[in-house]
Write a protein that binds this ligand. Structure first.
Ligand code: UDP
Length: 330
């Protein structure tokens, strides 16, 4: 069985990736420091608790396993926090992975799949975003991810490593079998907050900004199901393991939904009324982000299964209703 190191494999996206790899006959090896991840989410392979900048732990893992590729999910991802604490973001999202990449090169592990983000584009001039549009991030989170893309470009040019950078739009939803789902603490992401409000765990949702230049004044985002993300990573892994060239792909559904659209659809899915009020804009938020994933569809045959907001929210709702305390009671 081919062994794949999944850094951040106890987190939301990483754990769904591990399940998907396992279903495809590959062996995920998880490295996670559990700063945000959950031990209970690691169910499909060996687990190493520790940091991606822990050189001796990396050496131990690389000596013990025949790692064919590394997938890196262990970044901080809160736009608002990154504006307030930029050093935390540059430290964890840029500095720490340098140790990982250095050890990979040292051990001749030269395939890397990187979680980049639509936040690298900044405030778009045109939608949907294509991969060759200008990247002018407007917050430290987006800048930290763009720095990593540049580092990976340079590694490729130096013939040191092949990589695929996947620029995610808004990852959402949960494992359709309901084994794992989204559970952040504290929760800051829109969809879990909306669903927690529907469940009565929160009094109301605060909508950050009502005066954006969008149809209803609230921010527009492109929501992509977690399993569709995992499928894309697997296609990229197959591409790299077959000797394919480095690539950068958008991963979105190409449909934009406002915050009010999300609330309305969540009301349909949950059959509950969701209270909300307006609050000031959150620093660092672009008005609208919608991506075209035509390139990965054309080159690798990626085809999202969950292409309606309702289908994405249904899997998330199923997870939240059955795990009202996230992983705590698992
Ligand atoms: N958002 C909001 N209220 C919240 C959390 C998020 O209005 O309590 C908005 C946020 O400002 C953004 C959108 O919902 O416009 C998606 O935010 P999220 O944090 O889920 O993902 P991001 O786009 O930052 O990756």
């Amino acid at each position: 069985m081919k062994e794949i190191l999944v850094v951040g494999g106890a987190g939301y996206i990483g754990s769904h990736m591990c399940k998907y790899l396992h279903e495809k006959g590959l062996q995920p090896i998880v490295l996670d420091n559990l700063s945000y991840g959950h031990r209970q989410a690691v169910q499909w392979g060996p687990f190493y608790e520790g940091d991606l900048a822990d050189r001796s732990l990396l050496k131990k893992i690389f000596a013990r396993h025949t790692i064919e590729a590394v997938m890196h999910f262990a970044a901080f991802c809160y736009v608002g926090e990154s504006v307030e604490a930029p050093l935390k973001y540059y430290q964890n999202n840029v500095s720490a992975p340098l140790t990982l990449l250095t050890e990979m090169v040292e051990h001749n592990i030269l395939n890397f799949i990187f979680s980049s983000t639509c936040a690298t584009y900044g405030e778009p001039e045109q939608l949907p975003l294509l991969e060759d549009f200008p990247q002018n991030p407007i917050n430290p989170y987006g800048r930290s991810k763009l720095m990593m893309e540049h580092i990976l470009d340079d590694l490729d040019l130096a013939n040191k490593m092949k990589s695929v950078c996947l620029r995610y739009f808004n990852a959402a939803g949960a494992d359709p079998e309901g084994k794992i789902g989204e559970a952040h603490n504290p929760e800051t992401h829109l969809i879990p907050l909306v669903l927690q409000t529907a469940m009565g765990q929160r009094d109301e949702l605060k909508i950050f900004g009502s005066d954006y230049p969008t149809t209803d004044g609230t921010c527009i985002r492109d929501y992509i199901h977690i399993q569709d993300l995992a499928q894309a990573h697997h296609l990229c892994l197959t591409h790299l393991l077959a000797g394919g060239e480095s690539r950068k792909y958008n991963l979105g559904n190409g449909n934009g939904y406002s915050i009010l659209d999300v609330i309305k659809t969540a009301e349909i899915v949950s059959k509950k009324k969701i209270a909300y009020s307006y609050a000031p804009r959150r620093p660092g938020d672009p008005a609208a982000l919608v991506g075209s994933a035509a390139l990965i569809t054309q080159e690798l045959g990626w085809k999202p299964k969950f292409n309606s907001l309702e289908s994405i929210l249904s899997t998330a709702w199923n997870w939240h209703v059955n795990h009202p305390k996230g992983f705590e009671e698992a």
